[in-house]
Design a protein around this ligand. Structure first.
Ligand code: TYD
Ligand code: MG
Length: 446
């Protein structure tokens, strides 16, 4: 038996109260409490389950492998049954396309339903045909209602669920419109419950705000097991898939994917690094070896320092964290005596891919010094080091692994903050040790 109960829910933060007030006591928003009819289960209907003895529990580690091996790596080996995955990214980055492409693997042994609150069934089929996927066992459903999703899952009993996107789905139990914090929270909670109870994987697409964070309550990220970001420059076909949370594997893995006319395909190291360093003889360019999660890749950094008469010099950075880049600018300005107050400064990375690895600091400083002094090395040179506020260059994690990768690709010149171990003695590696960025200035001015 279910009985109805009146409650008041804040449209902004999801706070619930048994009485109405003009101002939400939790978040302070005015006129945000809505009257909601909540179906409450009678206490007697609650099923009591005793705690399980840990020794007797067995771990089912079945993972569904998608046809993208690097996507599987990012997930820690594949998609875990009953897990909930949040895939977010900017509009048009390729979230729906990527999920359409992994549908056939999810639908191998059981059906899959792709619920969309954004596109109707015909549009989804049209795109699925364009990316040439096998439509066997796949169902599409356009609906903006959570209740419809729950009913369809009950009827079809699918083996996996996709919801595109959480911001376009709403529950009729809550009067606010789709996309509000209370709706997003309510819908996500219910979807995750459905997936866990049926032990089927759930993938939810989430929009991000202008600031680059997932739109909706922060709790959304706490609720799901895995958080993935698909990112990249809208002008470039190269995209990066990144985990920021993973209950079943490492939480800092990345994968590169290339979007072409038939959807995404995997990118090999050779394809990724093709053309890199081609212009390293020009001032303002520097090279580094990035480590994100367990993946190593080469990156090229470019900087341009250009005098300006404007009282407000421009700082335009892409692919590097804005505040981090400002900090490095201040450090190079002060410690190397560059006067950047009357200069515009631009920094970018190849493909504008976001670099999070701090070991790239030294390469960013090198690109700035190279642009400032219009000076470049004769041979392609790599910079590895984290730079602190005093201009000190700190050691980088897994230096030896990075150096080996550089040697494998035939690169021999490096500037690093510490002597590498003995195994590199006869490797032909030409090492220059720099412990402070003042030392790096000398490299570009002598
Ligand atoms: P989409 O998956 O709709 O993005 P999202 O769901 O993140 O909003 O991707 C849309 C973009 O991808 C669109 O600009 C067209 C492009 N695209 C291709 O380049 N090739 C393709 O095969 C497909 C299906 C889309
Ligand atoms: Mg989409």
């Amino acid at each position: 038996m279910k009985k109805s109960k009146i409650d008041y829910l804040c449209r902004e933060c999801g706070f619930s109260s048994i009485q109405w007030s003009g101002k939400c006591p939790a978040c302070g928003s005015w006129d945000a409490l809505d009257r909601v009819n909540i179906m409450e289960k009678q206490k007697t209907s609650l099923q009591r389950q005793p705690p399980s003895k840990a020794e007797g529990l067995s771990v089912k580690n079945e993972r569904i492998k998608t046809n993208f091996s690097n996507f599987n790596n990012v997930l820690g080996g594949g998609i875990v049954s009953g897990s909930s995955i949040l895939l977010s990214g900017e509009p048009g980055i390729g979230k729906s396309t990527l999920l359409l492409q992994i549908l056939p693997e999810l639908a191998k042994s059981n059906s899959v339903i792709y619920f969309s609150g954004e596109e109707i069934e015909e549009q989804l089929v049209d795109r699925a045909r364009r990316v040439e996927i096998n439509l066997n066992n796949i169902y599409f459903k356009y609906t903006p209602y959570l209740e419809n999703i729950a009913e369809d899952v009950e009827t079809l009993n699918p083996g996996a669920l996709i919801v595109d996107s959480i911001q376009t789905i709403q529950s009729t139990a809550i009067p606010s419109s789709a996309g509000t914090i209370s709706q997003v929270r309510e819908c996500a909670q219910n979807l995750i419950k459905i997936a866990k109870e049926r032990n089927v994987p759930l993938i939810i697409i989430g929009h991000i705000t202008k600031e680059g964070v997932i739109a909706g309550p922060k709790t959304l990220e706490h609720m799901v097991d895995v958080v993935l970001y698909l990112e990249g420059d809208s002008q470039s076909s190269l995209k990066m898939l990144r985990t920021t949370k993973n209950r079943f594997g490492s939480s800092s893995e990345i994968a590169f994917l290339q979007m072409n006319e038939k959807g995404f395909k995997e990118v090999s190291d050779n394809e990724l690094e093709a053309g890199l360093g081609e212009f390293s003889h020009l001032p303002g360019t520097s090279m580094t070896m990035i480590l994100e999660g367990s993946r190593l890749y080469l990156a090229e950094i470019q900087a341009l320092i250009s005098p300006t008469f404007s009282p407000y010099p421009r700082r335009v950075f892409s692919g590097v964290d804005f505040n981090r880049a400002l900090q490095l600018l201040a450090v190079v300005d002060r410690r190397c005596g560059l006067n950047l107050a009357r200069s515009d400064v631009y920094i970018s990375t190849t493909g504008n891919l976001n670099i999070k690895d701090r070991s790239a600091d030294l390469a960013i400083i090198a690109a700035l010094l190279s642009s400032y002094y219009e000076s470049t090395p004769d041979k392609m040179r790599f910079y590895l080091g984290e730079v602190g506020l005093q201009g000190e260059v700190r050691k980088v994690p897994q230096l030896e692994r990075r150096l080996k990768e550089l040697l494998k690709r035939g690169y021999k010149e490096v500037i690093i903050p510490e002597e590498p171990n003995l195994e590199f003695k006869n490797s032909g590696l030409q090492v220059k040790i720099i412990k402070e960025i003042r030392g790096l200035k000398k490299v570009f001015t002598s």
